[in-house]
Structure formats: structure tokens, C-alpha cells
Design a binder for this molecule. Structure first.
Ligand code: SF4
Length: 672
């Protein structure tokens, strides 16, 4: 395996060892398993059993339960017995941080234990220490001594294990040598995996979670490569993006990270971490997984890539020149497709972020306002807001009286053949699938190569659309084409969640690798089931919270495009919330608090706020956040600026106000 996947152009699951978790088989081409984690207090047996049952009935194939101390670990027996008594045989997983003795108890009770290599043996002091090779080897011996008893118990009881690295809780030793990098995350897991292998224990699953999908994707890829290079084989992967948040944001962020890896055949089980009830995570998992049901072997072929011109282990944006506000150093643009609207009026622009105020004769522009609108054959009979431009088919463009902010879009070789073209900006649509089927015919592409007035718009009708577009991007890079590229993705799925996942997976995978200078999403009108809010069904109520009520298709697509760019960290247009999904360790109501904080801070564009039920994953998880709101004891919150504690043990009832004060003191506040 040259990189991290057997093929960059063909969907092919990564072959891994097989792991047995109770009666469930994982890896080695078994179906991708979906799972979640309870949020109840593990000492509350009945509540945990009932929540587990809701998750199992929603389709969860594994249930993870936190065991922070020996008491909770012991109580797993009561939970397991009650579930089995009620006829639920789903395997249970104990989630362990810091407490080897709890792990050793749990491993005798449940089918799988998860350990965090960042805190299983090491106690974090946030010290930067210089380790000589001898010191380092001594540390590894210490880990071996503490970890081997758990491995022996797992072998004896037939218990599986997840070595679950978390970007936010790497040990001081790893941080000192590698920093909080993908290489550090991989080494953190490999230290434990080598010990397990030395003990001839192979019932191991691995994860590399981070709240930043870029770091998460690079770490999993590097882990696969490292395992392959060192052992000549791989262990199954558990995929997840930590603290993804809730609603649309949480779903998209998860799909960007998890979907990107699934597209390349990586991943044997997935967990989508949402700050919502755990059973609501399962439909999202299923939507992600069902995309790959019949992919293996039934591929429409994409020719292999001859030369890989980028590194999948680090982010580097593809080099392009700028045209108008597209490419170069500009953030990716959003092109909103309004071509399905029969008559476009000033009111239509509300859906894409522009509100006309007749009283002042002014446009109010939101932070998620599209940069261009595509209207097909339709020219507009009103003046556009100053920051918005029009893209139309060539016949309409020729009729336009004012071409200063109106540009044509050509299909394939249409541009080369056209008599009339814009001197400033032309869009050329390319279906990558056509290029694959007629061999590598680049004739007309050679004619538009590096023309300073041509932006290329890539889409693919191939079933493996992402791989097909990626191949074309590599081809452009290898041929030194520097034209900016817009990624066009159409969705034929039905529900809002399915569309979100499709868009996030197909385009997210490319943006994470530095490809794409713009995004344009489309769908068939009839295939949209808008999210509903007014219902007694908990699932829809919860989803409606920040999905936006009764959105039109255009609103839905526009907001999805901006959230994808935010999740891939390529364009920041709103406040980012890094909120944990909560679990039995949670010290306050995560959902209610997240909603409260969101209500008062949602206008702080670009500010990242971490909301964590406890500090188990460490302030490292907030390295990426500007401010942190973290449960530190019953009714108590500790506030952070970056990784630094600013106020300890603030009372819950004033903590949101104190958070706002902290944001103000740091000049990050603006009035709504
Ligand atoms: S950060 Fe949240 S999900 Fe993670 S252990 Fe703490 S409370 Fe549980």
C-alpha cells in the first residue's frame, strides 16, 4: 500500500484483522457497525438500561457506557444483567479514562473496554519535558507494566479493546516529542498496540478522534500507513469526530470527517458525536454507512492516478491564480443555484443571505450571503446587491445589457467553440466522467489551461463522484493548470439529513485535501423532505432546534454550503461550537447550556467556543477554541481562554454571563 488506501479512484474497503465483540464481528469486511454512548449516570442502572434500549431500538450495534471509577465499573454488571434479562444482547463497551483499576473490573464484565492512551498511565501535568531516548524507553516500560495486566484480563475473558486516542488528551510525553500533531496521535496509539501485539493479543480496534476534521482525517490515514509499514496488516478502525456539536453543524462536521475516510474504504465502526440524545446519532450513522452498501465490486471505473501530486497527511491548498474573488488567496466562494425558481425577485435573495429593506432602499447582508447566483437562462429585472454577481447560460448572457456583474457559464467544449466570451470571467463546466469514458481526452481542456479568465467547474456523473473529481484535480495539478476550480455536487437523496451527508462527504473530502476554490450544490426539487419542527416526536423536535424552521431548498442548500466550508476550516462565517455529546461524567445539562450559549453568542463570527461536560479530554481539546466553558464540579463551571484557566468554579447560574464578560474582556465581543 503506497499511501493509506488501496485505491484513490475505486471504492475498496481496507482489509483489517477481525475482532469479536460478544457475538458481533468487526473489521475484515464485516458491515460497518454503528454505535453510540449513553449520557445517563452509570450508577443509575434503570436510566442507563432504558436509554441503552432506546439506542438499540434505533439501531445501535454497540453501546458504550462511561466507567469513571471502580463503582461505575462494578455497576456495569447490573446494567448488563438487566439488559440481558429484557432480551437485549447488544455488546457493551466500558469507556475508561485515568483509571486502570476500573478498566480491569470492567474487562471482566462487558464485551469491550475503551482505553485512552493519553491518560491510562500518564497523569497530565502539562509539562514540556526533554526526554532522552533512555528516559523515553523507561516511560514505555512503565506503560507496559501498567497496561499488560489489562491485556491479560482481556485475553482471559475474550474481551475486545479500543485504543482510543484523542487529540485533546495526548500525554505530556507525546506532546513533548511530537506536539499535538497527527504523528503524535498515531504514536500514542502505537505504543499501546505494540504492547498488545507483544502479548499476542489482537482483539484491538483503534481510533484517532479530534474535533478538527482536518486533524482527524490526517491522523487516521497516517495510522493506517504506520500499521501497514510496521506490521504488514491493519486493525479495525472506529471513526468519529469529537465534540461535533448539534443540529446541522454537528451532522455536517461529522460527515466531513467520517465520510471522507469512508469514501476511501477506511472505517469498520462509526460513532457520530452529537450534543443531542444519543439515539438521535444512530439515523445519522446509518445515513453515512448506507452509501457504501453496494459499492464494492460494482464500481464505475475511474482510471488509476498516475502521479500523486499532494500529501494526504498534511493540508496544503492547491495553487491557483485569482479571477475576480475566486482562487488565489481568496476563501472559497459560494455559488447559489436559483435556476429552479420560476421568477426570481428581490425576495428570492432572502434565501441566500440578502434582505431588501424597502424603507431604506438598502440590502442587509448576512454572514452567510452567497457570492454568486446561478439563474440558468433567466436574467433579472432588478439591481443586485453590490456584493452579489450573476452567472447565466451563454444565450442569456449575450442578451444581458449590463455585463459588469454578469458572467457566462459554458458546458465542456462550448467555451472553446463560442464566438462571444467574457473578457473578465467565464465558467466552464466539466463532467469528469466524460473524460474518463473517452480516455484522457484533454484537447479542449488544454485550450482553457491557465487562461486568466476561465474558472473550471468540476462535477461527475460517475457513481464514485468524489474519486472521479479528485482524479481530475490531480490531473490538473500534474499538468500545471492553475485555473481556480468550483466543486459542483448534485444530490438525488431524499431527506434533509441524506442531502447534508451527501454534500458534506463529496465536497468535504476534497476541501480537506486543499482542493476547491468554490462550492455549488444542487438537488432535484422533488427529492427534498424539509426538516419538520412542529411535532411531538422528540427526534424531529431536537433536530429542528437549529436546522431552521421550514427552510426552502435554496436556504437549506446555501446554509449547508457555508457549514461545509466552516467544517473544513476553509471559510469561517459564524461562531463555532465545540460541544461534547455528554455522557455519565457530564456535570451540567449540555443540550440546554449549549442552546443558551448559542442564543447569546451566535453572532460572533469566527469565535470558537468549547462547551464540555467535564475536563476528561483535557484542555488540549480546546487548544483550537478561543474560549472554554467546562464542568468542573456539581453546579460549577471553569472558564478558559484557549488552554488557560481564567475563572475556576463559577456558579452555574452566572456562568454564561461570566463567559460573555470574558469574551468582552478579550475584545472578541461585538454587539448583536
Ligand atoms: S467531555 Fe463530555 S463526553 Fe467527554 S467525558 Fe466529559 S462529559 Fe463525557
Amino acid at each position: 500500500m503506497e499511501l493509506y488506501t488501496e485505491s484513490l479512484t475505486k471504492y475498496k474497503r481496507l482489509k483489517t484483522r477481525e475482532v469479536r465483540i460478544g457475538d458481533l464481528l468487526l473489521g475484515n469486511f464485516h458491515p460497518i457497525r454503528v454505535q453510540t454512548m449513553t449520557t445517563t449516570d452509570t450508577m443509575d442502572t434503570l436510566a442507563t438500561v432504558e436509554q441503552s434500549i432506546r439506542c438499540i431500538e434505533a439501531g445501535s450495534e454497540l453501546i458504550r457506557i462511561t466507567a469513571p471509577s471502580k463503582n461505575e465499573a462494578e455497576n456495569l454488571l447490573h446494567i448488563k444483567n438487566e439488559l440481558r434479562k429484557r432480551g437485549y444482547m447488544t455488546p457493551l463497551v466500558a469507556d475508561i479514562h485515568f483509571t486502570p483499576n476500573a478498566a480491569e473490573i470492567a474487562a471482566r464484565i462487558v464485551e469491550k473496554v475503551r482505553v485512552n492512551p493519553g491518560n491510562y498511565v500518564d497523569k497530565k501535568k502539562f509539562e514540556l519535558i526533554e526526554y532522552s531516548d533512555a528516559d523515553y524507553a523507561e516511560e514505555i516500560d512503565r506503560i507496559r507494566e501498567r497496561f499488560t495486566p489489562l491485556v491479560s484480563i482481556c485475553k482471559e475473558y475474550g474481551t475486545a479493546m479500543r485504543i482510543g486516542t484523542n487529540h485533546g488528551s495526548l500525554s505530556d510525553r507525546i506532546m513533548s516529542r511530537y506536539g499535538d500533531t497527527p504523528a503524535g496521535m498515531v504514536e500514542s496509539a502505537m505504543e499501546f498496540l505494540r504492547i498488545a501485539r507483544d502479548e499476542n493479543y489482537h482483539q484491538v480496534v483503534l481510533s484517532m478522534k479530534a474535533s478538527n476534521p482536518q486533524v482527524m482525517v490526517q491522523s487516521y490515514r497516517l495510522l493506517v500507513k504506520t500499521m501497514w509499514d510496521e506490521f504488514g496488516e491493519c486493525y479495525p478502525l472506529h471513526l468519529g469526530v469529537t465534540e461535533a456539536g448539534d443540529g446541522e453543524d454537528g451532522r455536517i462536521k461529522s460527515a466531513v470527517g467520517i465520510g471522507t475516510l469512508l469514501e476511501d474504504g477506511l472505517g469498520d465502526t462509526i460513532r457520530v458525536s452529537l450534543t443531542e440524545d444519543p439515539e438521535l446519532e444512530i439515523p445519522v450513522c446509518r445515513d453515512l454507512v448506507k452509501r457504501y452498501g453496494s459499492q464494492d465490486g460494482s464500481n464505475e471505473s475511474v482510471p488509476p492516478v498516475k502521479k500523486i501530486s499532494y500529501s494526504p497527511f498534511e493540508y496544503k491548498r492547491r495553487e491557483t491564480f485569482a479571477i475576480d474573488i475566486i482562487g488565489g488567496k481568496h476563501v472559497p466562494v459560494v455559488i447559489a443555484d436559483l435556476s429552479k425558481l420560476e421568477k426570481i425577485t428581490p425576495e428570492s435573495l432572502h434565501a441566500v443571505g440578502y434582505n431588501y429593506d424597502a424603507a431604506t432602499d438598502k440590502w442587509n447582508i448576512s454572514d452567510t450571503a452567497a457570492d454568486y447566483i446561478f439563474t440558468g437562462h433567466q436574467l433579472l429585472d432588478f439591481a443586485l446587491p453590490a456584493t452579489l454577481k450573476l452567472v447565466v447560460y451563454p444565450d442569456a448572457w449575450e442578451q444581458a445589457t449590463d455585463k459588469s456583474r454578469c458572467f457566462p457559464i459554458f458546458q465542456d467544449s462550448g467555451y472553446v467553440q463560442a464566438n462571444e466570451k467574457s473578457e473578465r470571467l467565464n465558467f466552464v463546466m466539466v463532467d469528469c466522467f466524460n473524460h474518463e469514458s473517452n480516455g484522457s481526452s484533454f484537447t479542449y481542456l488544454e485550450e482553457i489551461a491557465n487562461k486568466p479568465e476561465v474558472v473550471i467547474c468540476l462535477s461527475s456523473t460517475n457513481k464514485n463522484a468524489m474519486q472521479s473529481i479528485r482524479r481530475m484535480l490531480l490531473e490538473l495539478q500534474n499538468r500545471d493548470f492553475k485555473n481556480p476550480v468550483i466543486l459542483i455536487t448534485d444530490s438525488n437523496w431524499k431527506t434533509a439529513d441524506e442531502h447534508l451527508i451527501h454534500y458534506a462527504t463529496e465536497t468535504g473530502a476534497l476541501f480537506l485535501d486543499g482542493f476547491g476554490d468554490g462550492i455549488c450544490l444542487g438537488m432535484t426539487q422533488k427529492s427534498y423532505d424539509p426538516p419538520k419542527t412542529d411535532t411531538s416526536n422528540g427526534l424531529l423536535n431536537a433536530r429542528g432546534r437549529n436546522y431552521g424552521n421550514n427552510q426552502t431548498i435554496e436556504q437549506f442548500i446555501n446554509s449547508t454550503a457555508f457549514v461545509i466550508l466552516q467544517a473544513t476550516r476553509t471559510r469561517i462565517s459564524k461562531t463555532e461550537y465545540i460541544s461534547c455529546p455528554s455522557c455519565g461524567r457530564t456535570l451540567f445539562d449540555l443540550q440546554e447550556t449549549t442552546a443558551k450559549i448559542r442564543a447569546v453568542t451566535h453572532h460572533l463570527k469566527g469565535v470558537k467556543i468549547a462547551i464540555m461536560g467535564c475536563i476528561v479530554n483535557g484542555p488540549g481539546e480546546m487548544a483550537d477554541a478561543d474560549f472554554g466553558y467546562v464542568g468542573s464540579g456539581p453546579g460549577k463551571i471553569t472558564l478558559y481562554r484557549g488552554k488557560e484557566v481564567i475563572k475556576r468554579n463559577v456558579n452555574n447560574d452566572v456562568a454564561v454571563d461570566e463567559l460573555i464578560n470574558l469574551i468582552k474582556e478579550n475584545d472578541a465581543w461585538v454587539e448583536p
